[in-house]
Design a binder for this molecule. Structure first.
Ligand code: ADP
Ligand code: MG
Length: 678
């Protein structure tokens, strides 16, 4: 009985959830559905799956735990593997888009909500699982919301729940906030298990740097750096957590901190250094996992840790030892902008509830302080009460196609926890029709069935399939892969280095012989791949080698999916005569004719989707400053700061989209949904 506890095990016994272990296991046994709530850091994500495994829930099937964020899925799986003293990918594994680290032995599987949604497509009964845990439900990510609806539809219906299964499925829904009545009501009034928290008071102060007039300014980066340094020099021991918006802002802030303080830079090995300083650690979604691990380690003696993070540190990952919060008041969010008619990545004020969540991170182990850099007036006038769920603010195109392929025809009356606006659903249907994924009656076409297999934006998939039907997938596969990984081009920030990087990047673009950002991506991919020393090639050209490695792997996976689909006898085949550059751009047009813009005056372009929005070419494009030579262009995405920018741009001829553009106005969206309403 006196088996030695590993230190890890001891540690986990101190978590609030531990005292409720047997009651929790019993609660899962007693009911098909259970809502579990508890403060961030109470041990829900890392412990509950282990408890259930110990209690024998893995006998018949796996325990699957979903996370809205990819980094969280990976990091938590690593942690749990460590606690269970097993190799990651064996008993405990993870799966995220384009990265599967599981095996036949995996019984505890962390995954993104998007991955589980894809699994539902292949196996709606989820027959491999004995328990599904939907985690971080309070985040209200689009995919988690859809999974909730699907689970309600199938598993709260006794007749459907057992179909394709030999034993019943247990569903646990976990949330860090107390909005649990709504969740319980949604899932047949299931029981709610609240893990009592223990938190310490956090004193919040408002600043003077950001007011209602500063909505468009980026001064918040400088300000959080200043405040963090003030804390470092004037406050007692305790680590700092800074909330910023995204990778480039975070890296910029880390650079400034490093220059201004006597700091330890995260890029160097910290183990031998013991200056009285600040250990600066960035934390964002796409960062390398070996760097992430450092976030959780206590700093060396006499050193203060300063983590500069995106919202991921608000609930998805818990960092111990944080006593001070610096809150920028902003978040980078994908929003559907109905004025522009597109999803736009933009920096917006956080909600008041989000601000409270951020502040709470300082009060986990003792009393803490939260420094808000914005004014009380900003709080009152600019910050909404709650964050709007993603399903009510982003494009639903991919999700609606998934639902249709699951045989859910009536996408308007699907059981949504919070209904998206009807016009968002209609817009998604319209876009699916434009991409030939559904027909006029709202039924999935053969092409739609092929499209749903790709974990890509439907437009990109459409272009890829067009290329495949013409036998030139080798042009589009690398592009799709490059667009699926983040941050290919290094932007050093430092003015001299930036110039050097810009020069290299322009040279890479020039080598393609055509001004076309998609061709540049293809060129970077191919040049690096064919190089003898690809990592050195990347270094020399200011390209992120890690991003390219991912792109190589993504390309292989997309190629495999395509290859599998091409075996089907009715895979479309077409021919084309014309030159390669035209072929390439025409394929792109089939997927991007919804993103066409025409130059109006000067550097201003006007979109052709009926919204007629005014847009500019982003400075990162090789076409920036070449506007005078352009007329018609297509673009991959849109970024809004002080202006609306289009990124990854390609010049086209009007003739190539002439026949496609009428499709944008051909059907009335209601027509597509009329079937759905019958
Ligand atoms: P919850 O899901 O309730 O927010 P978690 O299970 O994520 O809680 O976290 C429980 C504890 O485990 C926290 O104290 C956290 O700091 C610790 N923890 C989680 N992941 C790691 C990790 N990768 N490294 C070290 N500690 C971790
Ligand atoms: Mg959690």
């Amino acid at each position: 009985k006196s088996a030695k506890w590993s230190p890890k095990e001891n540690e986990s016994r101190r978590l609030p959830i531990y005292q409720h272990k047997s009651k929790l296991i019993q609660a899962v046994k007693d009911s098909s559905f259970l809502v579990v709530t508890g403060e961030t850091g109470s041990g829900k994500t890392t412990q509950l799956p282990q408890y259930l495994r110990e209690a024998g829930f893995c006998k018949d099937g796996k325990i699957g735990i979903t996370q809205p964020r990819r980094v969280a899925a990976i990091t938590v799986a690593q942690r749990v593997a460590q606690e269970m003293q097993c190799t990651l990918g064996k008993e405990v594994g993870y799966q995220v888009r384009f990265d599967d680290c599981t095996s036949q032995d995996t019984v505890v599987k962390y995954m993104t909500d998007g991955c589980l949604l894809r699994e539902v497509l292949a196996d709606p009964a989820l027959s491999q699982y004995s328990v599904i845990i939907l985690d971080e439900v309070h985040e209200r990510s689009l995919n988690t919301d859809i999974l909730l609806g699907l689970i309600k539809k199938v598993f709260t219906n006794p007749a459907k729940a057992t179909k394709g299964r030999s034993f019943p499925l247990k569903v646990v829904v976990m949330s860090a906030t107390l909005e649990t009545d709504k969740l319980s009501a949604f899932l047949s009034n299931c029981p709610v298990f609240a893990i009592p928290g223990r938190t310490f008071p956090v004193t919040c102060t408002f600043g003077s740097a950001v007011g209602p007039k500063d909505l468009e300014s980026t001064g918040y980066v400088k300000e959080v750096v200043k405040v963090a340094l003030d804390i470092h020099t004037s406050e007692m021991a305790g680590d700092i957590l800074v909330f910023l918006t995204g990778q480039s802002e975070i890296e910029h802030a880390c650079d400034m901190l490093f220059e201004k303080a006597e700091c330890i830079d995260y890029r160097y090995d910290v183990t031998d250094q013991s200056v009285d300083g600040l250990l600066i650690l960035p934390l964002y979604g796409s960062m390398p996992t070996d760097q992430q691990r450092q976030i959780f380690q206590p700093p060396p003696p006499g050193i203060r840790k300063c983590v500069v993070a995106t919202n991921i540190a608000a609930t998805s990952l818990t960092i111990d030892g944080i006593k001070y919060i610096v809150d920028s008041g902003f978040v980078k969010q994908l929003n559907h902008n109905s004025r522009v008619g597109m999803d736009i990545l933009e920096v917006v004020p956080i909600s008041k509830s989000e601000a409270q969540q951020r502040a709470g991170r300082a009060g986990r182990t003792s009393a803490g302080k939260c420094f808000r850099i914005y004014t009380k007036e900003f709080w009152e006038k600019c910050m909404p009460e709650y964050t709007i769920p993603e399903i009510q603010r982003t494009s639903l195109t991919a999700v609606i196609l998934t639902l249709k392929c699951l045989g859910i025809h009536d996408v308007i009356r699907f059981p949504y926890l919070d209904c998206p606006e009807e016009r968002f659903i209609l817009e998604a249907l319209k876009q699916l029709y434009q991409f030939d994924a559904i027909d006029r009656r709202g039924n999935v076409t053969k092409l739609g069935e092929l499209m749903v297999e790709f974990p890509l934006h439907p437009g990109l998939t459409r272009a890829l399939l067009k290329a495949a039907s013409l036998g030139c997938q080798d042009l589009l596969l690398p592009v799709a892969a490059m667009l699926s990984v983040e941050n290919i081009f290094i932007r050093p920030g430092h003015p001299d280095k930036q110039k050097e990087a810009d020069k290299k990047h322009r040279a890479l673009a020039a080598k393609t012989g055509s001004m076309n950002d998609f061709a540049t991506l293809l060129n970077v991919f191919q040049s690096c791949k064919s190089s003898d020393r690809p990592s050195a090639w990347c270094k020399e050209n200011w390209i992120h080698w890690r991003a390219l490695k991912s792109a190589f792997s993504v390309e292989t996976q997309l190629r495999d999916i395509l290859h599998r689909l091409q075996q089907k006898k009715d895979f479309p085949v077409e021919t084309f005569d014309g030159n390669k550059s035209e072929l390439f751009r025409r394929c792109l047009c089939t997927g991007y004719f919804t993103n066409v813009a025409r130059r109006s005056i000067g550097k201003v372009f006007c979109t052709m989707d009926g919204h007629g929005s005014m847009v500019h070419i982003h400075p990162s494009s090789s076409l920036f400053d070449q506007e005078a030579e352009l007329n018609w262009v297509i673009f991959h995405d849109v970024l809004a700061t002080s202006r609306v920018y289009i990124r990854t741009v390609c010049p086209i001829r009007y003739e190539w989209v002439k026949d496609l553009l009428p499709k944008l106005h051909e059907v009335d969206a209601y027509e597509l949904s009329s079937v759905a309403r019958e």
